[in-house]
Design a protein around this ligand. Structure first.
Ligand SMILES: Cc1ncc(COP(=O)(O)O)c(C=O)c1O
Length: 409
C-alpha cells in the first residue's frame, strides 16, 4: 500500500488526455468529477482493444471471439467482486449504474417482500436515485418512508436512530458519501443498526466506490450499488452487490434472453444470480472498461486516492472560507468535494461565470432537492476533486471566485 506522498500524481495526470485542453482560451480545470470522472488512457485503450480484437456476443457463442468476449466480461465481474471483497462473483450484477442498481432492488426484493405498513428508512441527504425509487415502491406496496435527519453541520442525527429504527423498518438505504455535502457516513454502524432490527441495508456507493476502500463483508451491507463512470470507467455500466441469500430469494426484474434456464410457450425457469438479473445482451465493452478502471485505481491504491482528494478538499474549504460572502456547507471532515454558496450569485450564474475561465464547477440542487429545501437554499456550487486535480488548480479557482465576488456585487 502506498501513501499519498509516494505517488507521482503529476505523472498520473498525464494519463488523462481530456485534461490537457483549453476551454474558452483558458486551461481546463475540471472540478466536476462527482458528477462524472474523466477516463485514463488505459480505459480508453481497453475499450478500443476489445472492439478491435475480441468483440462478439457473450455466453451463447461457441466460436473464438465469443469465448474471448465472455472471458473478458466475466473477468471484469471477478475484478468487481475482488474490489468490493464480495464472498462470491455471483453476488455481482452488472447494471447501468447506481440508479439502475437501486431500482433493481426496489422492483425485485422490494416488490416481493414489502407490505402495507412496512417502513423504508432513508436519510435526508439521499440523492434522488436513492429516494424516488423508494417513493415509487411505497406507492405500489403501501409501505411508508422515514428519514434520518441531517444536522446543520451536514452530518446525520445518529441519536435519532433508536426511535426511527423500529421493527416496522424492513429496509434502511443510505449513501456512503453525500454528493452535495461531502459527508462520510458511518456505514458499518448504519448496517449494524439495520441488522439489529432485522432490516435489510442498502449502501449507495456512487460517491465512494472510486475513492475509498470498500469491503462489503466488513461493512456488513446487504446491497451496495455504484456507477463506473464516477470512477474512471465508461458511462452506462455499474454494479450491484447483493448478498447471495437475498439474491436467491429475489424474483427477476427484466425478462428476456440470457436470464432463463428453459422456456416453453407457457412459462420459463430462470438462472441463478447474477444471470437471472442480466436479461438481454449485456454492456460487454463497458464492463471490460470498468475492469480496466478498477485495475487502474488499484494500481494507485484507494487509501492514497482518498488521502490526496481529502487534502485537496480541506485546502479548498480553507481557501473558500477566506472569500467574503462565501459559505461552505458540510462537515470539516469530508470526502473530496466542497459545496458552497456565494451570497451574491445564484449557483447557476456562478457556474456559467466560472466556465468562461475554463473552470468546470457544478451548480444547482445536485439531485438533492429536499435537502436544499431543508437548508433553504436554491442550490449550491460544488467543486469536486479526483486524483488528477492539483492544489494549483484550487488556487486558480480561488482567483476566479475572488473576481466573481466583485463581479456579482
Ligand atoms: C450519491 C449518489 N447516488 C446516486 C447517483 C446516481 O448515479 P448514476 O446517475 O450514475 O446512476 C449519484 C450521481 O451523482 C450520486 O452522487
Amino acid at each position: 500500500m502506498q501513501s499519498s506522498t509516494e505517488v507521482n500524481w503529476q505523472a498520473i495526470r498525464e494519463d488523462f488526455p481530456i485534461l490537457h485542453q483549453q476551454v474558452h482560451g483558458k486551461p481546463l480545470i475540471y472540478f466536476d468529477s462527482a458528477a462524472s470522472s474523466q477516463k485514463p488512457r488505459a480505459v480508453l485503450d481497453a475499450l478500443r482493444h476489445y472492439y478491435e480484437h475480441d468483440h462478439a456476443n457473450v455466453h451463447r457463442g461457441l466460436h473464438v471471439l465469443s469465448t474471448r468476449a465472455t472471458e473478458a466480461y466475466e473477468a471484469a465481474r471477478a475484478k468487481v467482486a475482488k474490489y468490493l471483497n464480495a464472498a462470491s462473483v455471483d453476488e455481482i450484477i452488472f447494471t447501468r449504474g447506481t440508479t439502475e442498481g437501486i431500482n433493481l432492488v426496489a422492483n425485485t426484493w422490494g416488490v416481493r417482500f414489502l407490505r402495507e405498513g412496512d417502513v423504508i428508512l432513508l436519510t435526508e441527504m439521499e440523492h434522488h436515485s436513492n429516494l424516488v425509487p423508494w417513493q415509487m415502491l411505497a406507492e405500489r406496496t403501501g409501505a411508508r418512508l422515514r428519514f434520518v435527519p441531517v444536522r446543520t453541520d451536514g452530518t446525520l442525527e445518529m441519536g435519532a436512530l433508536d426511535s426511527l429504527l423500529t421493527s416496522e423498518v424492513k429496509l434502511f438505504a443510505f449513501t456512503h458519501i453525500s454528493n452535495s455535502l461531502g459527508t462520510i457516513n458511518p456505514v458499518a454502524d448504519l448496517c449494524r443498526a439495520a441488522r439489529s432490527v432485522g432490516a435489510v441495508s442498502l449502501v449507495d456507493a456512487a460517491q465512494s466506490a472510486g475513492h475509498v476502500p470498500i469491503d462489503v463483508q466488513e461493512m456488513g451491507c446487504d446491497f451496495l450499488a455504484f456507477s463506473g463512470h464516477k470512477m474512471c470507467g465508461p458511462t452506462g455500466i455499474g454494479a450491484l452487490y447483493g448478498r447471495a441469500e437475498l439474491l436467491d430469494a429475489m424474483p427477476p426484474w427484466h425478462g428476456g434472453g440470457e436470464m432463463i434456464l428453459s422456456v416453453t410457450y407457457e412459462g420459463s425457469t430462470f438462472k441463478k444470480a447474477p444471470g437471472k438479473f442480466e436479461a438481454g445482451t449485456p454492456n460487454i465493452a463497458d464492463a471490460i472498461g470498468l475492469g480496466a478502471a478498477i485495475d487502474y485505481i488499484e494500481n494507485i491504491g484507494r487509501e492514497a486516492i482518498f488521502q490526496h482528494d481529502a487534502e485537496l478538499a480541506a485546502y479548498a474549504h480553507r481557501r473558500l472560507e477566506e472569500l467574503p460572502g462565501v459559505r461552505v456547507l458540510g462537515p470539516s471532515e469530508r470526502a473530496g468535494l466542497v459545496g458552497f454558496v456565494m451570497e451574491a450569485a445564484h449557483p447557476h450564474d456562478l457556474t456559467t461565470y466560472a466556465d468562461q475561465y475554463g473552470l468546470a464547477l457544478r451548480g444547482g440542487h445536485h439531485c438533492n432537492q429536499p435537502l436544499m429545501r431543508k437548508f433553504r437554499l436554491p442550490g449550491t456550487n460544488r467543486a469536486s476533486f479526483y486524483f488528477y486535480n492539483t492544489a494549483a488548480e484550487i488556487d486558480r479557482m480561488i482567483e476566479i471566485l475572488e473576481n466573481a465576488v466583485r463581479f456579482f456585487a
